[in-house]
Design a protein around this ligand. Structure first.
Ligand SMILES: Cc1cc2nc3c(=O)[nH]c(=O)nc-3n(C[C@H](O)[C@H](O)[C@H](O)COP(=O)(O)O)c2cc1C
Length: 378
């Protein structure tokens, strides 16, 4: 893969120019500095270049019963505090998800936490860390290993209030919440932890709660909550009881089998207003010499970006079909691999009600403005 000459892994100091699919991208840099710690990024970021284009005004439309200027937003992850949220709101993203918070403080893994990666020769095999940013944003994949950190509730509850104050009318604050399963907990206890977290987020001003059901159901296991249909429903019910009229989205993965997705959607319809469907997967991420990039114990990590895009489109099409076939009134937000106007168009055409981006806004912060200019109706 061709790399930008002179870029380092922070890719913050050497902007590049890229043109693809007829769209000219302004010189860009990374808002998140890979070489710095998570805490440094929280305190000093985002490192954004001046806007290449200003967000256009667009007509209001509906999302989850709220009026919004667009159904284009940022998924849980990049917006790790109110500073990040404020700066991306100013770039025209209208659905802004505050990174997953918990009912107790949880540390971040030591750096490195995020890196650009490329495929190796073996399909589905390890991916390899890159030294810089690929020259074409269409090809960007990245791997992240943060450990789902959370500030203490005393801190994040106040910071969510600050985030809410930073938004304009027509923009929504989504707060991603997760339970933190402890040894010895049962399903009821875990659901109560989710509900407590959601209640605090709603009190602090969240317009929408997104429950992160990709989080582990058990402290030791790899099994995510969404794979347990009864648990997913219980979590949704407890949260909904705790947050009253605030809409609830459930962030879920894309099960291999269609009947599993159908069963999950059927089980949560009525308990939640919608789902955020993610097709991201975990992969081994290595240095070229074979060492695990994120260190021992963190060989397999979440990979996001371009490799998931075809699966995202297929997953949204399948979910939309199931929702219509079963008459389920769930809103469908899509996330996975979007890095251009054309990508978002494909997801809307497949049946998404909203399109969220996890990683691309980090190096393409003007994507929302470009999308809204091309499609004011989104
Ligand atoms: C740096 C980073 C941190 C993330 N943190 C979270 C998180 O806290 N909670 C969550 O639900 N998803 C998290 N994600 C996953 C994203 O929400 C999204 O599902 C994923 O990046 C796929 O979208 P993309 O291909 O547009 O990047 C994170 C992703 C990245 C890149």
């Amino acid at each position: 893969m061709r790399m930008m000459a002179g870029t380092d892994s922070s890719c913050a100091s050497d902007p590049f120019q890229s043109t693809r699919r007829g769209l000219a991208f302004s010189p860009v840099q990374c808002a998140y500095q890979f070489a710095a710690s998570y805490e440094e990024n929280m305190e000093r970021g985002p490192h954004l270049p001046p806007p290449s284009t200003l967000p256009p005004s667009t007509p209001l439309k509906d999302f989850l019963g709220r009026r919004v200027y667009s159904r284009i937003g940022i998924a849980a992850g990049l917006l790790m505090n109110s500073r990040w949220l404020r700066d991306y709101a100013a770039r025209g993203f209208d659905l802004l998800t505050y990174k997953t918070v918990r009912t107790r403080a949880h540390p971040c893994h030591p750096p490195p936490n995020w890196v650009f990666v490329e495929e190796g020769d073996e399909p589905g095999g390890p991916m390899f860390a890159l030294e810089g940013l690929p020259s074409d944003p269409a090809l960007v994949n990245s791997a992240a290993c943060f450990g789902m950190p959370s500030a203490a509730p005393e801190f994040w509850r106040e910071d969510v209030m600050r985030a809410k104050e930073a938004l304009q009318p027509g923009q929504l604050l989504l707060v991603s919440v997760a339970g933190s399963a402890q040894l010895g907990w049962d399903a009821q206890r875990l659901a109560a932890d989710y509900a407590q977290c959601a209640a605090w987020a709603a009190d602090a001003g969240a317009d929408v709660i997104e429950a992160n059901l990709l989080a582990p159901a058990l402290p030791s296991g790899n099994g995510a909550v969404f794979r347990d249909i009864a648990l997913s429903r219980l979590v949704a019910q407890r949260i909904q009881e705790a947050i009253g009229p605030v809409p609830l989205l459930l962030k879920v993965g894309n099960p291999d089998a269609e009947h599993e997705l159908a069963a999950l959607l059927r089980a949560v319809a009525g308990a939640a207003q919608g789902v955020t469907l993610s097709s991201a997967t975990a992969r081994r991420v290595l240095h070229r010499d074979g060492r695990p990039y994120f260190g021992a114990g963190h060989e397999v990590v979440g990979v996001q970006g371009r490799i998931h895009f075809p699966a995202s489109v297929a997953a949204v099409r399948r979910a939309r079909h199931l929702l219509e076939r079963e008459g389920l009134g769930l809103t469908l937000a899509a996330v996975g691999g979007v890095a251009s106007v054309a990508d978002a168009a494909a997801l809307f055409a497949a049946g998404a009600d909203a399109v969220l981006m996890g990683s691309a806004p980090m190096y393409l912060p003007d994507l929302a403005a470009e999308m809204k200019r091309a499609h004011p109706e989104w």
